[in-house]
Write a protein that binds this ligand. Sequence first.
Ligand SMILES: N=CN[C@@H](CCC(=O)O)C(=O)O
Ligand SMILES: [Mn+2]
Ligand SMILES: [Mn+2]
Length: 311
Amino acid sequence: MSTRKWTGREDGSGPEHRRWHHAVNEFSSGTGVSLIGFASDAGVRRNGGRPGARGGPDAIRQALASFAIRPEFAVSDAGDVVVEGDELEAGQENLGELVAKQLSDGNLPLVLGGGHETAYGSYLGLARSGLLDGRRLGILNLDAHFDLRTADRPSSGTPFRQIAAREAERGAEFAYAVAGISEPGNTAALFETAAGLNVRHLLDVDCQERRLEPVLDFVRGFVADVDALYLSIDLDVLPAAQAPGVSAPATLGVPAAVVLEVCRLVASDPKLALADITELNPVYDADHRTARIAARLAHTLVTSRPVPEGH
Ligand SMILES: N=CN[C@@H](CCC(=O)O)C(=O)O
Ligand SMILES: [Mn+2]
Ligand SMILES: [Mn+2]
């Protein structure tokens, strides 16, 4: 657990005034959601994107600190994995170790930040924890992109291709679904790769608010087919007006209200084992808008979980 102290707005000392900074600072033992920061520019840089993701974890923490949160929700901060320079592979290994540790302690890891290369480190943690042994893993990605690139080196564009290879190695079916795919944001080759891997996807145009029920049905159908779920959120799934602070802003995007409903649905399911919120780039943010929506998604994931007995 991180020793860093969170600070934020104070309205009084009682539980009725509780905010995230109180929740994180008062956490000493037990289980709950464990935040892990992944401070990395390496994946986006290798993928030809605009750097700045390194500052993502702290920007999300800052946005979370003064959010109100009810006393029954336990959250802790496990600190950051920092990727120095181009040391991406080492960073992903370190992230995997920290995720596995949180899982074995009985926590739900919620990884914040990085380009989407975060996802491979998150997955390594799940694989290392033993939680996948004999179980079907489902990966639900909310993203404008498939991130199934083949490249000489891992980047923010390759994580789910890397995971597909690892799932094949353990003899498991690669169960991967993406909601929010932008047609002009993915080449025919990527659509073909996705089809070849039996990836289920919904286009951004089919994830607008008027289509909320079919989107939720898509998610329900996918979750029903797996034993454990990993939810990965790439903030570039959101409309650029709601999330300007990303490397590749959306041309249409899935409205935050829809993304939020998916988060509520998924987090209320005990199958959820791991989540991450990636691609925040504070350098291009406007009035902390993207950091605040990232924080709102994190808050929704925490507060939509079944409350443990005794509360
Ligand atoms: N995580 C990044 N994924 C996208 C970026 C697209 C872009 O830079 O336009 C990708 O590689 O496809
Ligand atoms: Mn992505
Ligand atoms: Mn994306």
